[in-house]
Design a protein around this ligand. Structure first.
Ligand SMILES: Cc1cc2nc3c(=O)[nH]c(=O)nc-3n(C[C@H](O)[C@H](O)[C@H](O)COP(=O)(O)OP(=O)(O)OC[C@H]3O[C@@H](n4cnc5c(N)ncnc54)[C@H](O)[C@@H]3O)c2cc1C
Length: 316
């Protein structure tokens, strides 16, 4: 998902405008190059359920202040669906959505395979720069944690679980007014699949868990948290949802929650990295890649905020 608004203090996330524009333009180009127009980026607004009156007042304050965050949002209102339980109202983020990354990756891989440019292999730092390669970009995420730590760069794994749910499509089925509901968790409508409505429900955050496996208790935890966003027939419909998948992953976070783009610590020129995309790879990834390309190809400076040399421990 992408969402330019941080709900904690109702503020824009870091570089929201630039990152959103870059993400959209790169993905639009990819969609058209791959013949997948409209199939990768899906615009779905987020409805933030206000947890209490003071949060509703904070949302309203942003409008009174004429705050920049309001370009992405609408004023607080009552819930647009009777299924949604929002006694203090809701705030809509109108510029948000999700990206079909599995479909994009499959299509890119098929394209590059046709061109003979895909090689599947592991890579470790000790492998260095393969023969004939000018630039190697290490994008191993959490897979690079140990080796990067030796170079003074910290990748902090954060474990997360998500569920895929299905509900009946017929009239009276769970109605979120076409929005992603955010309330202690989020519930994103993905669309119709085989005559049923498919949803993604997430996510958990765990700093001390290094396993890639889903945590069984997360299922109950997420269902319980989300149930609070519904009442009456909405709650009945939500409770009828069938869990069809439970998946997990490790987010590669950096200590200051900014990506790490540029040289690999203690390694010769030609070894580079993009890491630290954390919880926001979708929104930040395209801009991070552009920073790397401009640095390597055009000799542009890396923005200090993303340059891994900003960390004091970075091994020269
Ligand atoms: C539950 C959950 C929900 C999330 N939701 C969102 C969301 O809604 N929006 C968002 O923007 N972000 C979200 N994220 C975060 C997002 O997944 C990350 O930002 C993103 O995946 C980071 O991308 P990456 O390519 O740097 O690393 P990864 O996606 O982790 O990819 C690293 C790749 O490197 C490979 N690899 C590892 N070691 C080696 C090796 N030695 N040799 C070769 N290959 C190797 C791995 O197999 C993997 O394919 C979520 C994460 C989780 C866990």
């Amino acid at each position: 998902m992408f969402n330019p608004v941080s709900f904690r203090h109702v503020l824009e996330v870091w570089n929201a405008e630039e990152h959103l524009a870059c993400m959209r333009s790169v993905l639009r180009d990819m969609e058209s190059a791959l013949g997948l127009e409209g199939a990768i980026v899906h615009d779905v607004p987020v409805l933030k359920v206000f947890p209490n009156a003071s949060y509703a007042a904070l949302w309203e304050d942003r409008w009174e202040e004429g705050h920049g965050v309001c370009q992405w949002t609408e004023r607080g209102a009552s819930a647009p669906s009777t299924h949604v339980h929002a006694p203090h109202g809701v705030g809509k983020v109108k510029v948000a959505g999700w990206v079909d990354l599995p479909r994009l990756l499959d299509a890119l891989q098929a394209l590059w395979a046709r061109e003979g440019n895909v090689v599947h292999r592991r890579w470790e730092r000790a492998d260095g720069l393969p023969h004939g390669v000018d630039l190697l970009v290490d994008c191993r995420g959490v897979g690079a944690t140990k080796e990067l730590a030796d170079g003074g760069v910290k990748v902090q794994p954060n474990h997360g679980d998500v569920l895929t749910l299905e509900t009946p499509m017929f009239k009276g089925g769970l109605d979120t007014s076409g929005c992603n509901i955010n309330h202690n968790a989020w519930l994103l409508p993905l669309g119709e699949v085989g005559g049923r409505m498919r949803w993604r429900l997430g996510a958990t955050y765990g700093w001390n868990r290094l396993s890639w496996d889903p945590l069984p208790e997360s299922e109950e935890f997420l269902l319980h948290r989300m149930a609070g966003a519904f009442h009456g027939p909405g709650l009945e419909e939500f409770r009828r949802a069938q869990v069809v998948a439970h998946e997990a992953g490790l987010r590669p976070a950096s200590p200051d929650r900014r990506p790490m783009v540029g040289p690999w610590p203690g390694q010769p020129e030609g070894l580079a990295m993009i890491n630290g995309l954390g919880t926001r790879g979708v929104l930040v990834g395209a801009a991070a890649a552009l920073n790397l390309a401009r640095w390597w190809l055009d000799g542009a400076d890396l923005p200090t905020e993303v340059d891994p040399r900003r960390f004091r421990g970075f091994k020269k």
